[in-house]
Write a protein that binds this ligand. Structure first.
Ligand code: SAM
Ligand code: SF4
Length: 334
């Protein structure tokens, strides 16, 4: 069999070997950029993937060449059977990772260690307790900070994700970078993206260019551009002599579609072939009806558009009608 028959490839020749599985649409935070203020309407339990269905689907993807699986959500750690899911997925021949808001890390630390997880992404949008509460609409700052320390003490590779929003937390950019001075963490600044119900508008984006301009003004020659890995969605930097590094994820102003290798599986078992796509393939119903999963996976990815689900220009991207066609981020799985 040639490579095309084995692996998951789209019509532009991009090979897809990275699967992000959303374990739940529930969350213990209410981040203003992710979760609509009124919450999201949850379906009855039977509409979501069970643990066994997640494992079956993950196995199908691995057979088709997936090499990395990231668990996300909603908040993946609020799912009651998450420990079993992590332990079982860790037995597959994949690199397993997780993105979490950090609140429940202490509860699951031993599961992470026993399952061989090495890299953990934690969302951290402010280093100020009051601002953290305002952005997440919950009071968990101290817990998240102590759990980040716990991960560092236990030698995990810690990536911290901050969505930068103009006039909300962009004044903390230099503080975030200074956080990498004595801590071996990788801070990632994510451009604010539009989704249903998150009141996005173009003027709230803190762009890649403006972030690098501010960092250059502050650090001059000490700002060092690092080499990115293949399929990296971020551009990495460090400050000379600092223990940690930082990066910018410029999904809006400078998308990284050329090297995209991502497949998203929502908690209700639908494939999204792009974060911005509103067309979905219902894998869970097909699995329950005994249909051929692998051909559905291949077809979904083959049909992927070249750039941001067909929103080729900034004008298309800024059209509010396009955002309302998509789900809220909380129910996509970021
Ligand atoms: N609950 C976990 C967390 O917060 O890390 C995992 C799910 S969350 C949806 C995954 C990532 O999506 C987080 O890093 C979050 O900051 C990011 N995210 C959510 N909404 C976003 C938006 N509108 N623009 C950019 N990033 C967003
Ligand atoms: Fe929850 Fe993560 Fe969304 Fe915040 S970004 S509401 S923590 S899922």
């Amino acid at each position: 069999m040639n490579k095309q028959q084995i692996n998951i490839i789209d019509s532009f020749g991009r090979e897809h070997d990275y699967l992000r599985i959303s374990l739940t649409e529930r969350c213990n935070l209410r981040c203003m950029y992710c979760m609509p203020e009124e919450g999201v309407h949850l379906k009855e339990n039977s509409k979501y993937m069970s643990k066994d269905e997640i494992l079956l689907l993950a196995n199908s993807f691995v057979k088709l060449g997936v090499k990395k699986i990231r668990l996300t959500g909603g908040e993946p750690l609020v799912r009651k059977d998450v420990a079993e899911i992590i332990s079982e997925l860790a037995k597959l021949d994949v690199e397993l990772a997780i993105t979490t808001n950090g609140i429940l890390i202490d509860k699951y630390l031993n599961i992470f260690i026993d399952s061989g997880l090495k890299s953990i992404n934690v969302s951290l949008d402010s280093l100020k307790k009051g601002k953290f509460k305002e952005l997440t609409r919950r009071n968990y700052f101290d817990k998240v900070m102590s759990n980040i320390e716990l991960l560092i003490e236990n030698n995990f590779h810690v990536k911290l994700n901050a969505v930068l929003i103009k006039d909300e937390n962009d004044d903390e950019l230099i503080d975030f970078i200074e956080f990498t001075k004595n801590k071996p963490v990788h801070f990632r600044f994510i451009e604010f993206m539009p989704f249903d119900g998150n009141s996005w508008d173009k003027s709230k984006i803190v762009s890649y260019d403006s972030i690098i301009k501010i960092a250059t003004e502050k650090y001059g020659k000490d700002l060092i551009r690092l080499t990115d890995k293949k399929n990296d969605t971020s551009k990495s930097y460090k400050i000379s002599g600092y223990l940690g590094t930082f990066a910018v994820i410029s999904s809006v102003t400078n998308p990284f579609c050329d090297s995209c290798n991502r497949i998203r599986l929502t908690a209700d078992g639908k494939i999204k072939n792009c974060l911005f796509s509103n067309s979905e393939t219902d894998l869970l119903s097909a699995l329950r009806q005994g249909e051929n999963i692998e051909s559905l996976i291949r077809k979904s990815i083959w049909d992927k558009k070249e750039i941001r689900a067909g929103m080729n220009t900034m004008e298309d991207f800024s059209d509010p009608a396009e955002h309302h066609k998509n789900r809220a981020m909380i129910s996509i799985g970021g």
